[in-house]
Design a protein around this ligand. Sequence first.
Ligand code: NCD
Length: 305
Amino acid sequence: MNMKNRDIISIRDMTKEDIEYILKKSEEMEKNMKKNKNLLNGYVLSTLFFEPSTRTRLSFESAMNKLGGRVISVAQPKASSVAKGETLADTVKTVEQYSDVIVMRHPNEGAARLAADVVDIPIINAGDGANQHPTQTLLDLYTINKECGKIDGLSIAMMGDLKYGRTVHSLATALAYYNVKLIFITPEELKMPSEIKKYLKNKGIPYREISGIDEIGKADVLYVTRIQKERFPDPADYEKVKGIYKILPETLDILGNAKIMHPLPRVDEISPEIDKSKNAIYFRQARNGIPVRMTLLSLVLGEME
Ligand code: NCD
């Protein structure tokens, strides 16, 4: 499949074939890391991050380095001309002159789409506000498939901030391509947005909404999310839901063999004592960002088909 010059903006732009292809290529990439060490020799990736990031930015940079490419980056917009009042369109058009692909994170929904409309090189959305985080979803699907041996037939629970969490918005949208059952665990204030629920309904994906983890029933995966403090218009509303869910050692009795995922960073929603349990797969999940992002960069730069 030729994905040269494709922008990766939203899961909604992808077909199931696109997703399956990227997952298959990522598996091959993971087996052949060393063989591909010069694949992107001569290419430059720009990472433009207008919001904090550890995993997404560093794993993209590591991925590019492992393929022999180079990286330039703006990780602190205050140190760039954005602080002088430059528009996003002008910033990305300028960055385009210096690079072959841009990975961008921005607090505004639709920012990545706007950037893609003004530049000709591929734009990869590393998160736009509460909207989408497609590359996280691809590594999440890769992780589920690797750890559970399949995606079809699974019951997948998502817990925490399903209102503002872009990772779960992208993931739920992608899972609509599979034969899954979904369980949403949230307080009333942080429910999954109705347009995503409507999308799931149209695709015939059954979902349950519950408020307590004790009602989870049988689940193969529990995807935990951080309450997105920075997205609450009123800090008082955050205070009401802060710390509302915590996975503690005793929670494992309810979870059985369910694999616990988390896009990270966590605050207090998973106790560090869980890390050594066999349920915890979130650090392996983070590691899967490397082969998946190596694959995406190679595909959009046209060095892999
Ligand atoms: C997530 C994000 O930025 O949306 N982090 C990530 O990319 N792994 C999740 C979060 O910030 O809670």
